[in-house]
Write a protein that binds this ligand. Sequence first.
Ligand code: PLP
Length: 408
Amino acid sequence: MDYSHFFDKALDRLHDERRYRVFADLERIAGRYPHAVWHSPKGERNVVMWCSNDYLGMGQHPKVVGAMVETATRTGTGAGGTRNIAGNNHALIQLEAELADLHGKEAALVFTSGYVSNQTGISTLAKLIPNCLILSDALNHNSMIEGIRQSGCERIVFRHNDTAHLEEIMRAHRGRPMLVACESLYSMDGDIAPLAKICDLAERYGAMTYVDEVHAVGMYGPRGGGIAERDGVMHRIDLLEGTLAKSFGCLGGYIAGKANVIDAIRSHAPGFIFTTALPPAVCSAAIAAIRHLKTSSWERERQQDRAARVKAILIAAGIPVMSSDTHIVPVFVGDPELCKKASDLLLEEHGIYIQPINYPTVPKGTERLRITPTPFHDDGLIDQLANSMLLVWERLGLQLNAKSLAAE
Ligand code: PLP
């Protein structure tokens, strides 16, 4: 049997559909973020990262790096196994208390990634509710879709952020146990869910709510509790899910909610029980980041300021910035090959790294460059970005908006 052939064919398919992914070989420089070294085929080059989800640069914060090094030096590197085998490492207990406090919940449970939190969290939660009907936003992340699929429960997809459609479905299933699963901030378009309205409906129709705040924790709300904190609805949401890997600059994911719900998930979730826990050094670093962002708003405010400036400068230059209510700046390209070419030219000729976003991450025909400014992108870097993008847009014959119109 020629097994190799199956894999070659699978790869050929991706190439034919222009979906084959290439990742640049990059090395971030702590203390100089967003500057990084690109190990290019022609040797090392300095580049500027414009698409990292280390939104606030906490991955290089001295408190965070210091906590990681201190804990690793004191306790060693790994966790030594699953919690089932090795027990709870103390830093995990502290981290869970920190997260429960962040979200004003009775308890939190940490997983090895945000992906696993959703996949095993949603599937376990829904399986524990007899005859559960899951109502899922049309643009939910793959990790949520996998969690829903693995629950084996019936699910109905409601139109993205469309509470009228959600209510129609809820009304038709009144009396049945329902779980509404959505994100608070959708990271490819940068739009925000109507959480208060979703909570109203959940309360009216007796549904539970599960909200993914992966792109919002640390970023929104007076203490970085996310969009739910900002909108004053944190206490109305049953389960909040987040990551430690984006604005907190580390690794891992979590859910937070009522103690008995969290305990039931802890006791049944395969993705929690059968995998090695997060290392103590990572937990300590995450605690340092969360604590810092609970009291410091400088990073959040500066990041919003930078995102607003990038949008304004690009729009004034005629670059087709897609509308976004948040810190995410998507730029429309609309073609997978041109999107990849624009990204390649920016990297090779301008030292700017922006990963192309193609199908299936976004629908075909809406391929884009997704820019995520950080507090450390200064005015000079923003001007350089705008000039470089203009040159690339002109070179590739990509559509530019009329400058005067766009600036309005
Ligand atoms: N949820 C959403 C909405 C995401 O965009 C992602 C990943 O980017 C995840 C969950 C997974 O989080 P993590 O990267 O911590 O695995």
